[in-house]
Design a protein around this ligand. Structure first.
Ligand code: VGL
Ligand code: ZN
Length: 224
């Protein structure tokens, strides 16, 4: 299937939010769960964040924030290694296990030093329950508890959300899919993301699913 890319120019206003997903040391080359080229998107994310703020929009960061005993870590499953396929009985861990990453208060959990954190009006942490993963910035994978992101955006009457950051096929993807389910108009800034592609083909599936669902995949963001 071919993706239909959204190519119109976009004028940012006070009902727009840029959601910058998990731009943390562990997801950037040199970290424990590095996403290839994750460092290459930082500068343009900063430029975009400034544009949002200057046009009256808001910027929100998400932060993966796991306890050491988090069950998405292969190290908490004797005999298993990271990248091994695994799905928990509650369905909220998997489909693969990860290396230890974004452990609360560790260096790896910090935002990359070049990211302009001060442009954000809120930081939403996720993945604190050891039994549940939270790929989405909105809620846990079992969809039973929300992070507060929806309430925050609704309180500011945000209508459009623009997703960028890491990783394309995990936290960016699930945030975008929940965003549209929760009634937001969702734009996926694909050039400002990079993916893990595990299992293989995961990036392509993510893009196709988002396109099918009515998420606008923006290749070249022409912000006015
Ligand atoms: C992520 C895997 C595990 C992400 C977080 O930010 O995409 N991926 N935890
Ligand atoms: Zn994680």
């Amino acid at each position: 299937m071919e993706i239909n890319y959204y190519e119109k120019s976009i004028k940012i206003n006070e009902k727009d939010a840029l959601i910058i997903v998990d731009m943390q040391n562990d997801f950037i080359p040199g970290g424990s769960l590095p996403v290839a080229e994750g460092d290459l998107i930082i500068e343009e994310i900063n430029t975009t964040a400034k544009k949002f703020k200057n046009s009256g929009g808001i910027v929100v960061l998400t932060q993966d924030w796991h306890p050491k005993n988090h069950l998405s870590f292969a190290s908490n499953h004797p005999g298993k290694s990271s990248d091994d396929e695994y799905t928990s009985d509650n369905g909220a861990i998997g489909p693969v296990l990860w290396p230890d990453h974004c452990v609360q208060n560790s260096q790896g959990a910090k935002f990359h030093k070049d990211l302009k954190v001060e442009l954000a009006s809120n930081i939403i942490q996720k993945g604190m329950n050891p039994n549940l993963d939270s790929y989405s910035g909105f809620q846990d994978n079992d969809k039973k508890s929300e992070t507060g992101l929806r309430r925050y955006l609704e309180s500011l009457t945000i209508k459009r959300i623009f997703i960028c950051g890491l990783a394309l096929d995990y936290c960016c993807y699930f945030t975008a899919m929940d965003g549209i389910d929760f009634g937001f108009n969702v734009y996926f800034l694909v050039r400002l993301t990079r993916g893990i592609d595990l299992p293989e083909g995961n990036i392509k599936n993510a893009l196709e699913n988002m396109d099918k669902k009515g998420i606008k995949i923006v290749k070249k963001a022409d912000f006015k």
